[in-house]
Design a protein around this ligand. Structure first.
Ligand SMILES: Nc1nc2c(c(=O)[nH]1)N[C@H]1C(S)=C(S)[C@@H](COP(=O)(O)O)O[C@H]1N2
Ligand SMILES: [Mo]
Length: 547
């Protein structure tokens, strides 16, 4: 047998037979590069479609939509407000792992590798088009185009890795003899160039996509910066001196915006340009449908109120409650203008469904919104336009109802309907249709497992029963008698109330427990129930060791 002499030229291109020890990592690298390029290209395409249609956001959002309540509650408990970051990192980790697997598989089964990548594209496309904020089939584009590019890239890289040698002569250095039949060679130079070019191009596409997506919010940011909140026609009553205690460690009476809890399903905070924003009010029993601009709202008489907002997912003693000074348009007046009547006066709609720009739906009882309480279409929070995180340009705030049945952020549509006819987002996910806030009290200080010195210790915290008011807070040390805490002055029944109690602490382990009584005379029940379906009950206690 004679072999043609290998020309020096060829030996630059096909320098080696790929040993198994190198092939697997290179195949894995090819997979990773394909995954990275898919995301990068998708990001760029998403900039042309909608940032929210990108695969990571879409898959993350779809995961949130489908997460069982128990898992969602667990995630909120474990990760708090970082839950979304954890979710996205998780998605990236899974994607990286699958990319590696697909890359390694592709060396043996090229077509299967490419098909695996396409399958991922399909998952992204389905997620994007089935999200509640989807604008249609076009949302599939980022995932589809990204996956096509990645499949092509992976196929090409694998070809370079497993190119058949022009001569069947074993190349220098290959002593393993583990190749059967015609040995596979690899185009080292070609691979390095292709992989490098793919990495650079993907990084460029990804970077460009990112910056285009970021600049999309520029109009919204400018519109927010341009807002001058008018003086409210009706100002919040001044906070009574004595409503805000100065006990170290207690929640401040007014929660600063930067510390205000945030609970929503948005992986990308919606950036809405207020100058282009519109709100429509329509539906059952609406005799005069309304369309309002942001300026229309600012031109109306505004009211300013302190209202304490609470999340139904707040566990006993949990952090998801905050008190802010809101400025907004009274919703009841707008509803009246639209011809809406509450059910008690013959109105045909008993549920108002607010819909946000990100497809969230939140349903509130029309009766409650029109019973005289300060239900607001809020534009301002603690003296500034709503922060983006808290619903800019406009959100609802309703005293006495948990956020998921009242506080729609980034609102854009109000539809009057009935509880029989429509289940909003969380109701479809096993939460109650109606959810007034339950009376709760929380010990802010001392903290659990604190080790203070014996002597007089200030026990202090907050209690809330929005729209009913707090009448009494009691504290119990271990199994001792209930002792009445000192209540700070009441601002309004719609705000939480601070309380404190000096305690002569003796050394040893102790359990402090708190309970509140609202103005209807009802004392918080000791019975522990979880947050699902309409809010937790039970007494908050803190265990500590006095030295
Ligand atoms: N668009 C939209 N609005 C929303 C939500 C959401 O997920 N999306 N979450 C609701 C819930 S469950 C609560 S408790 C409040 C929280 O408001 P905050 O984030 O401003 O504190 O917003 C409500 N409004
Ligand atoms: Mo909530």
């Amino acid at each position: 047998m004679t072999h043609p002499r290998r020309e020096p030229f060829r030996s630059i291109h096909v320098s080696n037979i790929l040993s198994r020890g190198v092939r697997v990592p290179l195949a894995a690298l090819s997979g990773l590069l394909a995954g990275f390029s898919a995301l990068a290209v998708a990001e760029l395409v998403a900039a042309a479609v909608r940032p929210e249609a990108g695969p990571v956001i879409a898959v993350g959002g779809a995961a949130i939509d489908r997460t069982p309540v128990a898992v969602k509650d667990w995630a909120i408990r474990q990760f708090g407000t970082n839950d979304k970051l954890v979710l996205q990192l998780g998605i990236l980790a899974v994607l990286a792992l699958f990319s590696i697997v697909i890359g390694v598989l592709a060396v043996r089964f090229r077509r299967a590798g490419a098909a695996g990548v396409l399958l991922f594209g399909v998952v992204g496309a389905v997620a994007a088009t089935t999200r509640p904020d989807s604008t249609g089939p076009v949302d599939a584009l980022p995932s589809v185009v990204g996956a096509l590019c990645a499949a092509g890239l992976l196929y090409y890289l694998v070809v370079l890795l497993t190119r058949t040698l022009p001569s069947s002569a074993p190349a220098e250095g290959d002593t393993r003899g583990d190749t059967v039949g015609r040995p596979a060679g690899w185009d080292r130079r070609g691979f390095v160039i292709a992989a490098g070019a793919a990495a650079v191009a993907s990084a460029g596409a990804g970077f460009l996509g990112r910056s285009l997506n970021a600049s999309r919010g520029a109009g919204a940011t400018a519109s927010r910066a341009g807002v001058v909140l008018p003086r409210p026609a009706s100002q919040a009553r001044p906070i009574p001196s004595g409503a805000a205690l100065h006990t170290p460690g207690i929640s401040p009476f007014v929660t600063p915006n930067k510390d205000f809890y945030r609970v929503d399903t948005a992986l990308v905070v919606p950036k809405v340009d207020a100058t282009a924003w519109k709100l429509t009010i329509h539906g059952k029993g609406v005799t005069r449908p309304l369309t309002l601009t942001y300026q229309d709202l600012l031109d109306r008489p505004l009211i300013e109120r302190h209202i304490t907002l609470t999340c139904v997912s707040n566990e006993v003693g949990g952090p998801y409650a905050g008190n802010a000074r809101w400025i907004g348009v009274p919703l009841a007046a707008l509803l009246k203008e639209a011809g809406v009547k509450p059910p008690s006066r013959g109105g045909s709609a008993d549920q108002l469904v607010a819909r946000s720009v990100d497809g969230m739906t939140i349903g509130s009882p029309v009766e409650d919104l029109m019973d005289g309480r300060d239900a607001l279409l809020a534009v301002g929070m603690n003296g500034e336009p709503l922060p983006f995180d808290h619903g800019f340009p406009v959100r609802m705030v309703v005293p006495g109802l948990y956020g998921y049945v009242s506080a729609c952020k980034w609102i854009q549509d109000i539809e009057l309907t009935t509880f029989v006819d429509y289940d909003p987002y969380w109701v479809k996910r096993s939460w109650s249709q109606r959810a007034p806030i339950k009376t709760q009290s929380r010990i802010d200080t001392p903290k659990p497992f604190a080790t203070p010195k014996a002597g007089t210790i200030m026990v202090a915290g907050v209690a809330w029963a929005q729209h009913r008011g707090i009448d009494k807070v009691e504290v119990r040390v271990d199994d001792g008698p209930w002792q009445r805490a000192d209540l700070a002055a009441e601002d309004t029944t719609d705000t939480w109330r601070q309380w404190s109690l000096p305690w002569k602490a003796t050394s040893g382990g102790h359990t402090l427990t708190v309970r509140a009584t609202d103005r209807t005379g009802t004392t918080q029940t000791e019975e522990r129930v979880g947050t699902v379906p309409n809010g937790a009950t039970g007494w908050h206690s803190v265990v500590l060791t006095v030295q």
